[in-house]
Design a protein around this ligand. Sequence first.
Ligand SMILES: C[S@@+](CC[C@H](N)C(=O)[O-])C[C@H]1O[C@@H](n2cnc3c(N)ncnc32)[C@H](O)[C@@H]1O
Length: 296
Amino acid sequence: MSFVEYGDLIQDGDIAIVYLSHDSMMAVKVQQGAQTQTRYGVIRHSTDLIGQRYGSKVTCSKGGWVHVLHPTPELWTVCLPHRTQILYTTDIATITMMLELKPGSIVCESGTGSGSLSHAILRTIAPTGHLHTVEFHQQRAEKVAEEFKEHRVDHLVTVRNQDVCKDGFGVTGVADAVFLDIPKPWEAVGHAKAAMRKQGGRVCSFSPCIEQVQKTCEALADQGFQEISTLEVLLRVHDVRTVSLPLPDFGPDPSAPARPDTKEQNHASVTLKTTTPPREMPGHTGYLTFATKPRL
Ligand SMILES: C[S@@+](CC[C@H](N)C(=O)[O-])C[C@H]1O[C@@H](n2cnc3c(N)ncnc32)[C@H](O)[C@@H]1O
């Protein structure tokens, strides 16, 4: 198992995702002799997990069952231990696309936080790209480096424990893309430019407040970035439901012969399956500001 390569069978030392229901999952480190408690009973790693196929249905000690899934960045985002606010898949998908990330890309990121975005970046740039991620909180930097090792992606990433606004990304002239998720991104824009290859490349900054966005846009323009644009991604789910709608009454058809049952037809209705958006939407996460380093 690795977060960037699929493995068929669950092995000792893997991280597996125990899926209890759509909104209840947990990441488990598989270990010979270990047990995991769930609301459906105990899972015994040696007999219930090791050697089973990913995707298997596993019966727990109380007779209930769970599915055991191969880890992906998306599943990790919903299971990971939060040490900070994190980015979710809706924003991550837009960031990946708009930064034009692909296998082989060199990417700089700060702050690393809980590593939610980092895992998605790593899956996209594997097997030949590299992520340089900067986190100034020492324990967070150490913990995420430990997780990258456990998830077998550590060969694709360098974690630096430093202040990106003072010390930059630790690399110069190499990055195809830079991503910022820090409180004062405008202070890191110069370092982002220095980390990027001489010509071209994309930068993105995530900020919850529009005042932060304004300062970042000014800094990007001052540094000669072009195509500066800010967007907000809102997730709009649709619920599937069965509805009954009255048929429209257009009045009597003057060309048709009079029918005694016309009155009943006016009350006819049709039942159909449709989708409806919820009345309230999940709130704002943040603004994504993108810009391009020009080719001169
Ligand atoms: C909101 S979190 C990032 C979450 C991350 N994008 C994720 O998806 O898990 C912001 C992180 O930036 C770090 N940070 C803030 N300012 C920084 C700076 N100047 N240099 C390096 N890291 C910084 C914080 O310690 C925190 O861990």
